[in-house]
Design a protein around this ligand. Sequence first.
Ligand code: DGL
Length: 265
Amino acid sequence: MAIIGVLDSGVGGLSVLTEIHRLLPGHATLYVADQGNAPYGPRPRWEIEALVGEISENLLLKGAQIIVLACHAASAAGLHVLRGRFTNVPFVGIEPAVKPAAENTRSGVVGVLTTQATANGELYRSVLARFANDVQVITRIAPDLVTLVEDGAHDTAQGKDMIAAHVTPLLEAGADQIVLACTHFPFLVPQIAELAGTDVALVDPGPAVAKQTARLVATLPYAERQNAYFTTGDPARFKSALKQMAGIDAPVTALSLKMGRLNGG
Ligand code: DGL
């Protein structure tokens, strides 16, 4: 058994946590939702870097042996810095799954749904340069869909309209692969699939992140503790989202960061 720290700006990382629980049952996970500072997407790089730095420090103090950045924006802004700062801790990041999408597209058009922080990052530029030379990539910045998932409003008529406003242009441009480059977006799969039909693949890197976590966990010494859930926002609100979105009925503890809540959070 190992202790795995998982972080996101909010509920999005639960899409990755579910894959980790599926692949690594019996291991302990500590999940931090930085809802007091969500969303991350519109924040400048240095702010996200500072937030994930403090959260990582906190997870390590709680006993985490490995940290999964279950957040594209956090990975784009902080992964390299964290690896440089905590040199003896394995970090797992998440990158937009353009590689499988480019390999599998028949139309030659790949849509990417993401946020500003991820689209601006060096990681995305490098993914495009490595894997997307022979395909057309259409990047759609969709911060409103992050809020929609945080509010649990994605299955409402208004929510479906907001989703359609982002997905329809991708379908009209001929995309047959839609890369979900924000961990909040796998929760929108039923609504996107309703618009896109079965010929369009919705590409979620969550399972690959869980596999990479499993590979690294295999190298860690035995450690034991209970699963635990923390939020910098409202614990009651996160507790109900945890139940609804991940089927987990567990206590949620309030976490306050030394840097407090940044403007806009
Ligand atoms: N779920 C996150 C991501 O994957 C963060 C979204 C946000 O807070 O803007 O990018």
